[in-house]
Ligand binder design. Sequence first.
Ligand SMILES: Cc1cc2nc3c(=O)[nH]c(=O)nc-3n(C[C@H](O)[C@H](O)[C@H](O)COP(=O)(O)O)c2cc1C
Length: 196
Amino acid sequence: MRDRLVVGVTGASAPHLAIHLLTSLRQIDAVETHLVMSRAAHRTVELETGLRPADVAALADVCHQRGDIADSIASGSFRTAGMVVVPCSMKTLAGIAHGYSDDLLTRAADVCLKERRRLVLVTRETPLSLVHLRNMTAVTEAGAVVLPPVPAFYHQPESVDDLLAHLTGKVLDQFGIDHDLFPRWQGARREPGAAR
Ligand SMILES: Cc1cc2nc3c(=O)[nH]c(=O)nc-3n(C[C@H](O)[C@H](O)[C@H](O)COP(=O)(O)O)c2cc1C
């Protein structure tokens, strides 16, 4: 059986990050994706991408309703490889940091923490308040990985898609999923004979 990966999408800016991740996972076909979107994510998808939430849902293998707290991913007995929340709003970060599981998305994240499963939060906000920073510290202490969508330039991106691919690749690395989404750093090239 393929591993399952829960993908939470919240109402932070850049739902493009989730769309790229789900599209890549579908191509790689290494895991069964279980999507849960917050109410605010429905708004940001419409406002920022022009797509319908149903278009995003169609990219996942299974789409869960955020209000159905009795669904499979609400239980630790439903085995998964973990969860990524992408993008992760400061509100959902706060809920996860304080164990306030008032919908299926935050409950599924809480399950990952209690079961000691991989939980990756692609937190998107800038600048950060002390409240945000303290919540990031709290989730890190509880075992989550805070992985903000910070662009890198060592792989010489030429497009927004290159930047999205790098971020998706960094998320997949956290779950040990093989990919070739960006060229890996092999060390700076040196002129032959140059001093080390
Ligand atoms: C277009 C738009 C962009 C937003 N961007 C962010 C953001 O980048 N980070 C953030 O924490 N909240 C952002 N928000 C606010 C969240 O959507 C809001 O706090 C919401 O309650 C989050 O709920 P959720 O975590 O359940 O999705 C944005 C809202 C809108 C409408």
